[in-house]
Design a protein around this ligand. Sequence first.
Ligand code: C2E
Ligand code: MG
Ligand code: MG
Length: 839
Amino acid sequence: MLFFLTCSVAAQSEPRDHLIIGLYENPPKVYRDQTQRPAGLFVELIEAIARDQGWTLDYHDCEWSACLDALETGAIDLMPDVAATDDRRGRFAFHQVPVTQAWSQLYRPAHLDLLTLDDLRGLRISVLRDSVQQSWFKSRPELGVDLVPVASMLEGFIAIESGDADAAATNNFFGARFASTYGLAEAAITFDQQSLHFAAPLTAAPDLLTTIDSTLLEWKAQRDSPFFKALERALVPEPVVTMPHWVAPLTIALLLIVGLLVGFSAVLRWRVKVRTHALEHSRQQLEHVLDSSTAVLYQACSDTLKPFWVSPNVSRLFRLAPADVCAEGLWEMQILEDDRSKRRRVANELIATGQVAIDYRIVDGAGKVRHLRDEMRTLALDDGRTEVIGTWSDLTSDYEQREQISYLTSHDRLTHLANRTFLREHLNTALGHAKVGDRGGMVLLIDLDRFGAINETMGMAIGDQLLAALARRIMAKVAPTDLVARSGNDEFCILMGASDSADMNARLCQGLLETIAAPIQLDSHQLSVTASIGLACFPAHGETASEVMAAAELALQQARKDGGNAWTGYQPEMGTVTSERMYLEQDLNKALDEDQFLLFFQPKYALDESRLIGFESLIRWQHPQRGLIMPGTFIPFAEQTGQIRKIDLWVLNESCRQLAQWRDAGLDMPRLSVNLSASEFRSEALAQTIGAVIDKFTISPDRLELEITETTLMEAPDQAATVMVDLAKLGVHLSMDDFGTGYSNLAQLLALPLNQLKIDQSLLANIHNSTQKQSVLRAIIALARALDMELVAEGIETPSQLKFLRESGCPLGQGYLLGRPMSSAQAKRLLRKRRPSGM
Ligand code: C2E
Ligand code: MG
Ligand code: MG
């Protein structure tokens, strides 16, 4: 207030350069536009004048009557759009030249006809408080009008809409602009034409008003002056968007709802983003797991087993695109023809049992044959259907390794021919066929004459080359179905079907002798060797492999006796096979009765610390005439005659007796191994027999270890497995002897309850000259470790073999280097030495 007074006092003396303009809502003459800027005819005019005069303007917002009061007190300097009525001239100062003319107009709703002033009687008429319309009606009480004063002209129209007034009186400018918005029409009643001015306080400096007058005069004389431009805009104004009163709250409500929705959707978006991120993370993890996995995961239909989804690593593992694998019939096509029916056959089993695993071969995308394990499981879905989920694991390298081990252990590395074990197995099979009436066969033993002389004069390397070349020549001479083996150092053996006549045999053997005798060029040497051949037929000359081989051996000896480069067929008069057997049989019976057998003990060691971990019992026969006979000579015969059962029982009893003695002498003997022959494993009573012996000597079963050869197991694997399970239950240790010499089904072998593998000594012989042997040994070491089995290397003779084994991680060993088989007295001394001090 103080500020206003100060302003008004200053205004009397000198022209004002800062004016406060009263601003109220009276569009289109005075109002604030949508951007809240002052607008309208009067505002435009005073702003144009102010620009001309260098005045600055401020606006004071007020309602009409409040504005008039403020003008009167001098709180504002100018009030636009004021009709210069007589009574106002007493309150305010006006300039002379009217800005424009206006009149009062009555507005009515569409249903109300208003033609004359008489029609207004009894009506409620809204008027702006303190307006000329209010004054005009007040001065005419005879009209019988009921006035409804309102604060703004807009409220006058709203009063009709809300039913508070029947009609409205307002100025024609405002009505022309807004009546239609409120559904109102002009009535045929106008009154009180007025000149409209800027009003100033009575105390206003006179030159303020004269400046306005002179400017107006000047501008009204020019068609394109600011006056006419402003008037034009006021008469044809930009449409002012006005809204029904309910629009604002509705808009606010809508805005609130929109705001809420936007907020809600932002929260949702954020949560979706977090979830998406987590899902993406899980997806990446899953993808990584699937991709780095060595198995392909797939889903398939339960009836056809056709895959419909496969993990992407199928392209890395099997070189096949996932989409291709799922294409109709493609997976089936990849499976090798011979194996296809395998997968089809398991469909029913899968439904019945819920899970199935089969191995089969496929051709991968690069054309390579791969061995694969297919493990399938059924999955019941919520909708009642069943689906198959499965994995394909690549077993190719396992198979290749097994095949390599099998090949190496069944073939001779120098000539690549079958070895003796392989030959014996095939001979057994052929004998089996011959027994059931199939065609018989024959065995040709080919021994090189004086081969030792070649080795001694030309060196082992030339000797080896010669053997390899002869092997190729012999192979070329026989049919692909015949088996050629290297059965000894300089001995070959052919196993073939029986021939039709003695003539044919003669031609065959003669042809072989000539082939062998033809000169061979090796490096700069031309060599010639001759051979002797012994021929035996089966089943005529023998019913077991040993008998047939012995017959061939006898025939061979005869050919040698004939001077070599000759062949001989077995003749019954050579008949010493039987008599040799009879002689051995009788002597063996006596040996048991007369206590001619001895046990020797060979120590076994932990290789890393050279710690004694046990002994192996090895039998010897102290023959009264022949001296000490090694088991290799009599055990095979004892096996054929059945005497082995007695011998084995004797060894078992003696070994347990020895264990008990050592124990009673306070010597700690961790374990004693006993070799058992194949025939024991055909007797279901074995576990019972062994249990009885253990009980007899009251020894702990885990001190006893039974060694079984790989070939033993493979002769009757199912029977052997049953007996072994019983033995394992008894608590004794089971060891597989001579591992690596048999031609065995590795998976079948390893399913047995074995505690130990003993690598055959042939694999260790000449290890430093054979990288193949080295890799086989390493593979076996890795295999034993993976299966958590003890592993013993047999036949360690040299420090370099020991070094190799230690470096390759072979845990246990036995051999002449570490300790030869020894008498029980020597073994006792060795045990004493290792006895901890204080015992
Ligand atoms: P095996 O069970 O593999 O026994 C190991 C054989 O290799 C023993 O021959 C042993 O003296 C020999 N040996 C140990 N270290 C070395 C070495 O560093 N270099 C070489 N060259 N040989 C070594 P042995 O005592 O002549 O026995 C031969 C086979 O006779 C045994 O092989 C086993 O299969 C069988 N055998 C021995 N005793 C018995 C027994 O009481 N009962 C049965 N059924 N068979 C037995
Ligand atoms: Mg053994
Ligand atoms: Mg052995």
